[in-house]
Design a protein around this ligand. Structure first.
Ligand code: UD1
Ligand code: MG
Length: 455
């Protein structure tokens, strides 16, 4: 070879464990932080790795496999039918990584906050002649973590809590579980690990000593403890959510977004908000939302799978559901729900409306209480509304139906037929006034009431 060949770095995501302490029917790695399952956060941490991605599944294998394929269609699945330990889990990836070469990073599916920078540091250490790199951290309360026995930044061995002596338990430098190593070495040493220990498990951590006997070098890189937060209980999950939201709010503020009451705004893992947007109190972003610059999301609005154009105003109390596409300078007001609908530039839907499965043009006004009747009980149907249209208050648009440019519908209409451009659609019973009849009725009713009281 004339040039150094680029060696890929692969990923193994360990996710076969049961997660008993979650007290849940849902596999642990499918519990969500900021709208994304835990394993997806771990995949995100490793997004810059350029090799194969393998997830080891066991408990809830079918569900986890389905979810993993949804997030990453190319992910390779290694099934570990019995959870005999972390080394045993790695051995299950042998066929997925067959002939892969390069390096492999190991992450845990229940550890969502490892930073890409940290993996970079590990990679830099690998570059300095370390055959294996472990990620350690100084634990405030080392608890049941594996303890790192080191000499400088060289890792001599790892002792699991259950097997540790009193002196070893006093060590506060702990194993995060994240490893970067030469792929072939990692698989070979993992297969050589035995299970003669207090737990009777195949400990991945035992590869350190096996490496040493071959004269291979293992080093430690450290990161802040916050990154290594692993989820074992619902209370860990709540803490992870808190940590995520705190950091998402701080990032939003740094990026030039106004948050009037930052602590009350909830972001998703993928929320994108442009500069100079304003988010009022108590706004919740579900997955898949982008908000362009200058837009304002008013208080108590809930958005998911939606795009909000620049200078649009949404809410207060608006609900944008998946497929809501709001163009620039649109207005979507209080108690309005928009689903799978495109709203053109400058169009207003200000009060108490449902717009679903619809396309609305530019500068159109949708009156109060307008409903697109998009569902017939079996099928969904489309409503098409043009530019510069006026839809009168309380119009029911029975889809499939269209209203052409510059048309009007009169208030209270039930529109079942297409309205051509420029036409006015009147679709309600004509009004009849009965002279004096109301007064007569009142008199009769009041008399009846008085008679009842008397009797
Ligand atoms: C492991 C480490 C410990 C470290 C700690 C950090 C070992 C032996 N110990 O301990 O040094 O301080 O993580 O949190 O590696 N898993 C499988 N298959 C198995 C067993 C585990 O896929 O057979 C997965 C789990 O789903 C989990 C990860 O591996 O994502 C870690 O397993 P866990 O049982 O939590 O290991 P710990 O005892 O916490
Ligand atoms: Mg654990």
């Amino acid at each position: 070879m004339t040039m150094a060949e680029h060696m890929p770095t692969h990923l193994i995501l360990l996710a076969a464990g049961e997660g008993t302490r979650m007290q849940s029917d849902l596999p642990k790695v499918l519990h969500e932080v900021a709208g994304a399952p835990l394993f997806q956060h771990a995949l995100q941490s490793a997004a810059s790795l350029d090799g194969r991605r393998v997830i080891v599944v066991g408990h809830g294998a079918e569900e986890v496999t389905r979810a993993a394929k949804l997030v990453d269609p190319d992910i390779l699945i290694a099934e570990q039918t019995e959870q005999l330990g972390t080394a045993h889990a790695v051995v299950q990836t042998a066929s997925a990584l067959d002939g892969a070469g390069g390096d492999t990073a190991i992450l845990f599916g229940d550890t969502p906050f490892i930073k890409p920078d940290t993996l970079e540091k590990m990679s830099a250490m690998r570059g300095q002649d370390a055959d294996i790199v472990f990620l350690g951290f100084e634990a405030r309360d080392p608890g049941r973590y594996g303890r790192l026995i080191t000499d400088g930044d060289t890792l001599l061995r790892i002792v699991e809590f259950k097997d540790a002596t009193e002196e070893e338990r006093a060590i506060t430098l702990c194993n995060s579980g994240v490893i970067l190593a030469d792929t072939e070495t990692l698989l070979r040493l993992s297969a050589a690990v035995g299970n003669d220990n207090a737990a009777g498990e195949y400990y991945l951590t035992d590869i350190v000593q096996l490496a040493a006997t071959e004269g291979l070098v293992t080093k430690v890189v450290t990161c802040p403890e916050a990154e290594t937060l692993g989820i074992n209980t619902r209370s860990d999950l709540a803490e992870a959510e808190r940590v995520f939201q705190e950091s998402a709010r701080a990032k939003a503020l740094d990026n030039g977004i106004t948050l009037q009451a930052a602590d009350t705004v909830y972001f998703s893992f993928d929320t994108e908000v442009g500069r100079d947007a304003t988010i009022e109190p108590y706004v919740v972003f579900g997955p898949g939302v982008t908000v362009e610059s200058g837009a304002r999301i008013r208080a108590f609005s809930h958005l998911e799978g939606a795009h909000v154009g620049s200078d649009a105003v949404v809410g207060p109390y608006a609900r944008l559901r998946p497929g809501a596409e709001l163009s620039n300078a649109t207005r979507v007001g209080n108690f309005v729900e928009i689903k799978n609908a495109r709203i053109g530039d400058g169009t207003k839907v200000n009060h108490l409306s449902y717009v679903g499965d619809a396309t609305i043009g530019e500068r159109t006004n949708i009156g109060a209480g307008v409903i697109t009747c998009n569902y017939d009980g079996v099928f969904k149907h489309q409503t098409e509304i043009g530019n510069d249209v006026f839809i009168g208050s309380n119009t029911m648009l029975v889809a499939p139906v269209s209203v052409g440019d510059e048309a009007m519908t009169a208030t209270g209409g039930v529109i079942t037929k297409d309205v051509p451009p420029g036409d006015l659609a009147l679709a309600r019973a004509p009004q009849v006034n009965k002279t004096g009849l109301a007064r007569k009725l009142f008199q009769r009713l009041r008399a009846a009431k008085a008679a009842k009281k008397g009797g």
